[in-house]
Design a protein around this ligand. Sequence first.
Ligand SMILES: Nc1nc2c(ncn2[C@@H]2O[C@H](COP(=O)(O)OP(=O)(O)OP(=O)(O)O)[C@@H](O)[C@H]2O)c(=O)[nH]1
Ligand SMILES: [Mg+2]
Length: 402
Amino acid sequence: MEKPHTFDTYKRPGVPNPPTWVLVAMLGLLGGALVFWLYIALNLVAPVPRPPRRSEKQYITILPNGDRSSRKELPCWIDKWSAEKEAAKKKAGPGQVVVPPQMPIEDAEIFMSVVVPAFNEEDRLVGMLEEAVEYLLKEFGGAHEGLQEKGSPKKKQKGWEIVIVSDGSTDKTVEKALEFAREHQLSQHKTPASGPWEGGLTHAAEHIPHGSIRVVALEENRGKGGAVTHGMRHVRGQYVVFADADGASRFSDLGKLVEGCKSIEDKEGRGVAIGSRAHLVGSEAVVKRSKLRNFLMHSFHLLLRLLTPPATSRIADTQCGFKLFSRPSLPHIIPYMHSEGWIFDVEMLMLAESADIAMVEVAIGWKEVVGSKLNVVWDSIGMAWGLAVLRAAWMAGVYRKD
Ligand SMILES: Nc1nc2c(ncn2[C@@H]2O[C@H](COP(=O)(O)OP(=O)(O)OP(=O)(O)O)[C@@H](O)[C@H]2O)c(=O)[nH]1
Ligand SMILES: [Mg+2]
């Protein structure tokens, strides 16, 4: 009988498995290479702000006779502070820690500085300025009043300035701002321009002191973050608030921000008060926005919660363009800013948190103002990307507080 056909079996020449340690080493190497390239990529994509140009460290104002001034040098606390810090580091020697780690900055000259970032705002700026000036005059008196009464140690809450930072505007923003200053200095305005809120100065006789409105023009557009940060390098106030040029925030709520900030300041006087529209969610102003915009807003909040450290992630409205900083907080935040675009608010808050500066959210009045230049879809994608890069850059040590 024929044998059933069977296959011959033979042993393959064995390929020996590599020892486990080789596998682990190879995986480690691959991981290392990946981290290295990610780090390089992060260095390439993380924004580095350009240094200010010569003309950007100067301002224009209106002289007492109504003429436009020549360019004047802006005061700059940050230059002096950086020089002092460098000197302290040199004195301490390499590798030694400078004590205190943050040098204090030069004293304030006035009580309130208002920084207004303005990109092509010829239509919206004047209404906002009307409301701001009316409140500032009423609350903080003449712009040129000092903080200190002669011979008295007690500080007054007096004196103010508005620093308008035109962000490479190609329209008549600068001219409009100067025209506003000229008309109000000379009390020539018959009919105050009305802003979104109460409508501006009601007393035609009231006029602002010369030089209280300073206009700085960036040579090229940087983005809101770049414009705000630039303005804040040149402020003289005990408190510094930034406010959008569209006047969407009720300016008179500045008083609430000051009170809120004072209530949380530490013994060095550091504190941040964040204007908030969180109480308006569900109200007409927010509901009226498009579904897409509200959806993107909620997605952004979720991302914020996931990507930011605890105190920042607890802030319900990080994006409101009305935030107040006490002067001693500035050297912990402004020198370390990188974000040029819309995500800069979050960087400011993260920096405040990393320096253990207390933050408080204060409900403010807010109105939707037509003419927003925010592109809902593209700017939301940009913000999500910016936030991810920002967080990664701080975690990986690409950004450092040296
Ligand atoms: N769009 C834009 N605004 C800038 C820029 N630089 C400064 N800004 C100012 O940033 C502020 C906010 O701009 P808005 O267009 O009102 O945007 P927003 O307030 O964030 O968005 P809305 O809630 O739609 O009003 C205004 O004072 C702008 O003039 C820039 O490069 N682009
Ligand atoms: Mg706005």
